[in-house]
Design a protein around this ligand. Structure first.
Ligand SMILES: Nc1nc(=O)c2c([nH]1)NC[C@@H]1CN(c3ccc(C(=O)N[C@@H](CCC(=O)O)C(=O)O)cc3)CN21
Ligand SMILES: O=c1ccn([C@H]2C[C@H](O)[C@@H](COP(=O)(O)O)O2)c(=O)[nH]1
Length: 283
């Protein structure tokens, strides 16, 4: 939580204004931030200086694990976070690849679980990684990536937190996640939860001890209409101690995650937080 607040403070103090064409808004921006979450010690990186809707963050992660490409499936899991990008973005609405209401197109898990091969067919990247790690194999390229520039014009948004690289060292599982663009007040608050939870889940289903999740962010920004509440409200608050994430120990396989797991299989204990702040969302 302190790392997150330090990044917010750094953007407020040192950020540069950048005009963003896609949203028509200016963003106060810094380049490069490295965050790290100690999953072994159970340091769950949940924002405490406002109420965080952590369940929605885990719902998104489950959707990315399952390869979903439809905002209705995300709603079913427990988050409305893809509704606007699937249904309110003018450019996507006019895109001939859009299959209708709620379609997100080729994004996130829809790419990663069916990564197109240049010579035809596709690869299920996540399945392969789980197989390897379960057998104790780390081929130094265990990367679950959603980043496919050839598919950018076939989806509603380019993936932001786009690659998750797993490593096994001395029986401990590590994760290096890379994010090209972070909406620090909104998206990042969930992305931290996702990196932590993804490592904890992968360690659990492949039978390893979880180590550290390293989270690299390239472009970290605050939209112009989010600056005031961030600077004048959220950054004036003192953080509370980190809460703890509990995951149902009956989750044992990738198939479990794909079939019966719901948000009821996740609990957060000792979550103390300041009152909610509603940040504007830019489509
Ligand atoms: N501009 C922008 N920022 C993002 O963070 C973002 C996108 N676009 N597009 C794709 C996904 C969708 N994400 C979202 C979408 C909505 C919220 C949001 O409204 N969060 C509120 C309320 C959540 C709730 O009530 O469940 C929050 O206070 O966290 C957060 C992340 C993250 N991503
Ligand atoms: O998981 C996510 C998804 C999206 N975001 C943010 C980062 C940007 O503010 C927008 C995407 O806009 P681009 O113009 O494609 O960069 O969504 C996030 O922080 N986390």
């Amino acid at each position: 939580m302190k790392q997150y607040l330090a990044l917010c403070q750094r953007i407020v103090e040192q950020g540069k204004w950048v005009e963003n064409k896609r949203t028509g808004k200016r963003c106060l921006t810094v380049i490069n931030a490295d965050l790290a979450y100690n999953v072994e010690q159970g340091e769950f990186p949940l924002v405490t200086t406002r109420k965080s809707f952590w369940k929605a963050a885990i719902a998104e992660l489950l959707g990315y694990i399952r390869g979903y490409d439809n905002a209705a499936d995300f709603r079913q899991l427990g988050t409305k976070s893809w509704d606007a990008n699937a249904n309110e973005n003018e450019i996507w609405l006019k895109n001939p690849y859009r299959k209708g209401k709620d379609d997100m197109g080729l994004v996130y898990g829809a790419i990663g679980r069916r990564f197109p091969k240049p010579n035809g067919g596709s690869i299920d990247l996540l399945h392969q990684i789980v197989e390897d790690l379960t057998q104790g194999i780390d081929n130094r390229g265990e990367i679950y990536t959603f980043y496919h520039p050839g598919a950018f014009d076939m989806g509603c948004l380019r993936p932001c937190l786009h690659s998750h690289h797993f490593s096994l060292l001395d029986g401990v599982l590590y994760l290096n996640s890379t994010q090209r663009s972070a909406d620090v007040p909104l998206g990042l608050n969930w992305n931290m939860v996702q990196c932590y939870t993804f490592l904890a889940l992968m360690a659990q289903i492949t039978g390893h001890q979880a180590g550290i999740a390293f989270h690299k962010i390239v472009n970290a920004h605050i939209y112009e209409d989010q600056l005031e509440p961030m600077r004048d409200i959220q950054l004036t608050r003192e953080p509370f101690p980190a809460p703890t994430l509990k995951i149902n120990p009956d989750i044992k396989t990738l198939n479990d995650l794909e079939t019966w797991v719901t948000l009821a299989d996740f609990e957060v204990e000792n979550y103390q937080y300041h009152p909610s702040i509603q940040y504007p969302f830019s489509v």
